[in-house]
Design a protein around this ligand. Structure first.
Ligand code: C2E
Ligand code: MG
Ligand code: MG
Ligand code: MG
Length: 278
């Protein structure tokens, strides 16, 4: 009897595993098609100065216009793209799309931001000649190295710290600045903050929750901002959703920049251009 149950369990388990594998496999293939069928799209979210909410920069965020599922969010396909390595091709697509966009904004007199941030997975940085290939793309589109910043999540940095650092230094020497994304959520030690050659520190939106009415959350936020600034980073706060949170941050430090729903969610290119690049 026990044997029979055991067997049932295993075949059930295998079936579930097969289903899961099939799903991932399909997703990978669909994603590769999407790359070639123009089904991926970049949305743009403004980054503003907290002092007066004036436009500072914008972050490009990927979306997938799926023929059946509609708009698919990055959390539903970026992990699979990273796992399978497709993220490298996605990353180059993002860079090219942003370069083309910047070129167009410049041509029509709508280039009103200091830079566009793009998200690059640390895996891609370790591919052959990342920095040179990146620079070649900028040259091809006539985009300046100060027009684009590269966001890399704290979590994805940890695996190959030394090698990643070398690439970041190489980029920095060519005038490309990097952003530590989702700061405070990885399990890395603070000591690496003084070793890495990043320019901007983006504090994860997790630290925004509780900011209203919780002394300890405010103390934590104040401390993180202070660490970032004393180590000469520009600090950006992610995920400000309401005016109360913004008021608290303004009081902590009015030289910060931030992004969040209180100003705008990420928008399709046309809408972003109409609303913010005026
Ligand atoms: P991220 O780079 O930290 O991007 C910020 C995320 O926070 C975006 O989610 C944005 O829509 C969201 N957000 C901004 N303001 C608020 C707010 O006030 N409240 C809340 N609740 N959320 C806010 P999104 O666009 O869904 O992207 C999720 C993540 O997917 C990104 O986090 C990034 O890690 C990844 N991702 C997005 N685009 C790309 C890409 O082109 N390449 C790579 N490698 N990863 C990407
Ligand atoms: Mg980001
Ligand atoms: Mg982030
Ligand atoms: Mg995040």
């Amino acid at each position: 009897q026990a044997k029979k149950h055991g067997h049932d369990f295993i075949s059930y388990y295998n079936k579930a595993l097969d289903e899961e594998r099939k799903k991932v496999f399909n997703l990978q293939h669909e994603l590769i098609s999407a790359l070639h069928d123009n089904a991926l799209e970049l949305y743009y979210q403004p980054i503003v100065k907290i002092k007066d909410d004036s436009l500072h920069a914008a972050e490009a965020l990927i979306r997938w216009e799926h023929p059946v599922q509609g708009l698919v969010m990055p959390e539903d396909f970026i992990p699979v793209a990273i796992e399978s390595g497709i993220i490298v091709e996605v990353g180059w697509w993002v860079l090219e799309t942003v370069c083309r966009q910047i070129k167009e904004w410049k041509e029509v007199g709508r280039w009103k931001v200091n830079y566009i941030s793009i998200n690059i997975n640390a895996k891609q940085l370790l591919k052959n000649n990342f920095a040179q290939t990146f620079l070649d793309k900028l040259t091809e589109y006539g985009v300046n190295s100060s027009d684009i910043k590269i966001e890399i999540t704290e979590t994805s940095l940890i695996d190959n710290f030394e090698m990643t650092q070398d690439v970041i230094v190489e980029l920095q020497q060519s005038g490309i600045r990097c952003v530590i994304d989702d700061f405070g959520t990885g399990y890395s030690s603070l000591s690496y903050l003084k070793k890495l050659s990043f320019s901007v520190l983006k504090i994860d939106r997790e630290f925004m929750s509780g900011l209203v009415d919780d002394e300890e959350s405010i103390a934590l936020m104040r401390t993180m901002i202070s660490i970032g600034k004393q180590l000469h980073y520009n600090v950006i706060i992610e995920g400000i959703e309401n005016a109360t949170q913004r008021d608290i941050l303004r009081e902590i430090d009015n030289t910060l920049s931030y992004q969040g729903y209180v100003i705008s969610p990420p928008l399709p290119e046309e809408e972003f251009t109409e609303k913010f690049l005026v």
